[in-house]
Design a protein around this ligand. Structure first.
Ligand SMILES: Cc1cc2nc3c(=O)[nH]c(=O)nc-3n(C[C@H](O)[C@H](O)[C@H](O)COP(=O)(O)OP(=O)(O)OC[C@H]3O[C@@H](n4cnc5c(N)ncnc54)[C@H](O)[C@@H]3O)c2cc1C
Length: 477
């Protein structure tokens, strides 16, 4: 099969290109508006944890060993909390299930670059990646779609593929076009669901990898260690925390996330002097002058940062015009954030996107790459899981960013109650969904079903306890 255009060169886009090339597809073009695969954008430099779900894809491509070489395994995830007085406590990652496949931590840029290097080394004859090239318009012409792009030097290109893959993230032009062309229906409209973490604003400070932790000589941060550095401020609108995830490569910059609701004081600061003053007051335990250059503080001040999205998905995953199989038509499929997007609470953004790619590969294999059969089959297999995934994001751990201490404590109570009960009565109770998600052999729908069943049993038992207490109280009287 030939003539594929993939819009978006993130994990889903490059992953789909690799998967199709491995299946023998040719003439695959990836359009990516960013300048390169490992382009460093300070406010998009998150670290990913690639778990068993994401590794279904890296196993398929035979690159899990390369992934491991670039990453810090979760079995070596140590977390040091540094209090405002400088006191430190190191703990092992508290809520990782030791029975699961080892997961790997690495920065987004390294992960995307791993896919790109794979293309460069093994699939150059099937895949071309056009960086600095943005899809600006998609036209519907008879039974086909025409893709119009614009590159940095203002060149306009046009493509008329038989397969168009929309891997262009939350504001997908592919999904928006399908929505416009759909007319009455709303299967390509994003349905949104509330979450306590959506709307949180984040910005990232870039630090040297082994930055000094105090004025003492040799007292420096370890790259592979995660840190939570607490501020001296109190109150939800002033207290902040610097969150640093582990990093394997000491030559890469280290990033510290600041996450807070939009009404937090740090987001109201307008000048670099105000930000420098705020950070110095907030973190007296750190030698900040040695860690943050005036240029980095200026960049941080000027940056708009980002906002955690509202959990959302659309039910339509594909559309077919004409007969793409006979080279007279276009089939379109949407994967990754283009169809399901949410805050990073459960670390499933990339993992679910790669699971999409693996399921597409499975349906292509089962239908001998017949798009008219494979895409409807893909949609019917994936729809329920996407819906369950969005629900799991809403309930699993939205309070982890310190927005509300009471809610965080209630979450911990629920988590440990389910954990203990599932140990003692495994046939009746299952662990919290946050732990179940780590089992990549369970689908998102199955996890939701097990979690709901435990909730129902807890409600019934709670109701019985209240009834018994009420009855004994009446008897006493
Ligand atoms: C702060 C934050 C932290 C996160 N942390 C995690 C985490 O720890 N674990 C995890 O699994 N997920 C995390 N995620 C989510 C994760 O980043 C996404 O789920 C993942 O990137 C989805 O991959 P994708 O390829 O579908 O989309 P994207 O990564 O968004 O890639 C889309 C690509 O398309 C390109 N593009 C868009 N429009 C066009 C166009 N018109 N023309 C050409 N190119 C275009 C973009 O430049 C981009 O490169 C986080 C997200 C955020 C915001």
């Amino acid at each position: 099969m030939e003539n594929v255009v993939i819009i978006g060169g993130g994990p889903a886009g490059l992953g789909t290109a690799l998967m199709l090339a491995k299946r023998g597809w040719k003439d695959i073009t990836v359009l990516e508006k960013r300048p390169s695969a490992d382009y460093y954008e300070p406010d998009k430099s998150f670290s990913y944890q690639i778990d068993g779900r994401g590794q279904k894809f890296t196993d398929l491509m035979g690159i899990t060993t390369k992934l491991a070489d670039l990453s810090v395994p979760n079995t070596e995830f140590y977390f040091t909390i540094i209090q405002k007085d400088g006191k430190r406590k190191t703990i092992k990652l508290p809520i990782a299930d030791p029975n699961r496949k080892t997961a790997y931590w690495l920065p987004r840029a390294s992960f995307v670059n791993l896919f790109y290097q794979e293309i460069e080394q093994h699939w150059q004859d099937s895949i071309q990646v056009l960086f600095n090239t943005k899809c600006v318009e998609i036209r519907h012409k008879k039974e086909q779609l025409e893709i119009i792009t614009q590159s940095q030097d203002k060149d306009r290109l046009s493509f008329t593929p038989i397969l168009l893959v929309g891997c262009d993230g939350l504001n997908s032009i592919v999904r928006q076009t399908l929505h416009q062309l759909e007319g009455e229906g709303n299967s390509f409209e994003m349905q949104q669901f509330p979450s306590a973490s959506s709307g949180l604003k984040y910005k990232v400070l870039t630090l040297p990898c082994q930055f000094p932790l105090s004025d003492r000589e040799g007292d420096v941060a370890q790259c592979k260690m995660a840190y939570g550095i607490r501020s001296s401020f109190k109150g939800s609108k002033k207290a902040i925390s610097l969150g640093l995830l582990p990093l394997k490569n000491p030559d890469r910059p280290r990033t510290a996330n600041i996450i807070a609701y939009p009404d937090h004081q740090i987001w109201q600061l307008e000048t670099k002097e105000e930000v420098a003053h705020f950070l110095t007051q907030a973190f007296p335990q750190l030698p900040l002058k040695q860690i943050l250059s005036p240029e980095e503080i200026a960049r941080f001040t000027a940056s708009d940062g980002g906002t955690f999205p509202i959990p959302q998905y659309c039910s339509g995953l594909y559309q077919i015009w004409g007969q793409p199989q006979e080279n007279q038509g276009t089939a379109v499929i949407l994967l990754g954030d283009a169809v399901h997007c949410f805050p990073p609470d459960i670390g499933q953004g990339v993992n679910s996107a790669l699971e999409d790619v693996c399921l597409l590969q499975q349906t292509l294999a089962e239908t001998q790459d017949n798009l008219s059969q494979a895409l409807p089959c893909y949609q019917s297999l994936r729809q329920a899981d996407i819906k369950a995934l969005i629900r799991l994001v809403q309930i699993s751990y939205p309070w982890q960013y310190g927005q509300n201490l009471l809610q965080k404590r209630l979450w911990s109570l629920n988590f440990f109650l389910r954990f203990l009960l599932s140990r003692v009565f495994p046939f009746l109770f299952k662990p919290h969904s946050f732990l179940l998600i780590q089992n990549h052999e369970l689908s998102y729908s199955e996890i939701m079903r097990l979690s709901n069943r435990t909730t129902r049993v807890l409600f019934i038992l709670g109701g019985l306890v209240i009834l018994l207490l009420a009855m004994s109280w009446i008897n006493v009287r």
